[in-house]
Design a protein around this ligand. Structure first.
Ligand SMILES: [Zn+2]
Ligand SMILES: [Zn+2]
Ligand SMILES: [Zn+2]
Length: 345
């Protein structure tokens, strides 16, 4: 994640900010320009006809801090317009949950835009339209609880809003033995399933995918059930970036995809703060999101994680990065890298 500055006073503005902490002006992020500009809503003078961008309609309700181009057909920002179903807002806590989900989703869209990945909107074939629904478990008429499964199907990504509660998410993380369980991790994983359809299945890359990840035609529900009952096979760490990735080739791909996003955004953050910044090997370095050189990315990432782990141990925290990138895992990450950058290199 990059660092930004206030357009009025040049003070630092963080990606989540809606106001400048120094001059108190209301600000919004303009994704098309990758910068912060003045916002309209909440500003003392109200609407300013001279400005070019509008606030996202979700700004007042959930604090969405993205701006919309005036010629846009949607009153919602590039991220919010992909949300199809929101939780029942008559439950007050659901506004906070939805706000936390959209905050993580804006981080996802930041990355998708920087990678210049296709973002099909309404009007495309339904299976290609990338859309999200945020739902709560419900009591059905028969008194049974109807659980919402977080997942992806045919372009629709469903997130159980209970995952927005830190205590629930931490409970699941411990129960599943996961080192990480975060909202941004969920979004990066689920969107990996969506882009498997676009960049692997639709793009004729299935054979190459199978050579690397295995045959995805093995029965999916049975594979997941086996994983939840027996866990990952012994020695999974050599082949998979997470225990869950060993459950099925699709899950392996989504976990690897999410991990690639972690690496690239982590590197962009490090570069923005001039920590362990990768040294360009020549030419103009346009940042990790544009970097076509996979080896350069990994060579910058690994020493950074070793240093960050040491930092965390110094203050008694658990490791920042409890992963080891084996050759097999790196090859899968490179497969994802090549898909994103349309390169066979
Ligand atoms: Zn300012
Ligand atoms: Zn928005
Ligand atoms: Zn999955």
């Amino acid at each position: 994640m990059r660092r930004y500055n206030c357009p009025n006073c040049a003070n630092e503005v963080h990606f989540e900010n809606t106001t400048c902490v120094k001059c108190n002006l209301n600000l919004g992020y303009l994704s098309s320009a990758d910068q912060f500009n003045f916002a309209v809503a909440d500003s003392p003078s109200g609407s300013d006809a001279s400005r070019l961008e509008l606030d996202c309609t979700n700004r007042n309700l959930i604090g969405c801090n993205w701006l919309v181009q005036p010629n846009d057909t949607s009153p919602y920002c590039t991220s919010c317009r992909h949300t199809l179903i929101i939780p029942d807002l008559s439950t007050p806590q659901n506004i906070d949950r939805w706000a936390r989900l959209e905050r993580a989703k804006r981080m996802l869209f930041y990355a998708l835009l920087k990678f210049q990945l296709p973002l099909p909107e309404q009007g495309e074939a339904p299976s290609k339209w990338l859309r999200f629904e945020f739902k709560a478990d419900l009591l059905a008429f028969n008194g049974q609880q109807a659980n919402v499964m977080t997942g992806h199907e045919g372009g629709l990504i469903t997130i159980n809003i209970a995952e927005a509660d830190d205590d629930v998410r931490e409970h699941h993380r411990v129960a599943m033995g996961e080192p990480y369980r975060t909202l941004i991790g969920h979004f990066r994983h689920e969107v990996g399933h969506y882009y498997w359809d676009r960049l692997v299945a639709d793009a004729g890359q299935v054979d190459q995918f199978r050579t690397m990840f295995g045959d995805e035609r093995i029965a999916y529900p049975e594979a997941l059930q086996r994983h939840y009952e027996s866990g990952a096979p012994l020695g999974w760490e050599r082949l998979y970036v997470s225990s869950y990735a060993s459950s099925h080739p699709w899950e392996d791909f989504a976990e690897t995809w999410a991990h690639y996003f972690h690496i690239v955004d982590g590197l962009e953050t490090a570069q923005s703060y001039a920590i362990g910044a990768p040294t360009p090997s020549g030419g103009v370095y346009r940042g990790p999101y544009a970097s076509k050189n996979f080896t350069e990315l990994i060579n910058a990432w690994v020493p950074l994680t070793i240093a960050m782990n040491a930092m965390n141990r110094s203050i008694g925290n658990s490791d920042f990065y409890p992963f080891v990138l084996s050759d097999a895992i790196s090859a899968k990450l490179q497969f994802v890298h090549n898909l994103i950058h349309h390169s066979d290199a």
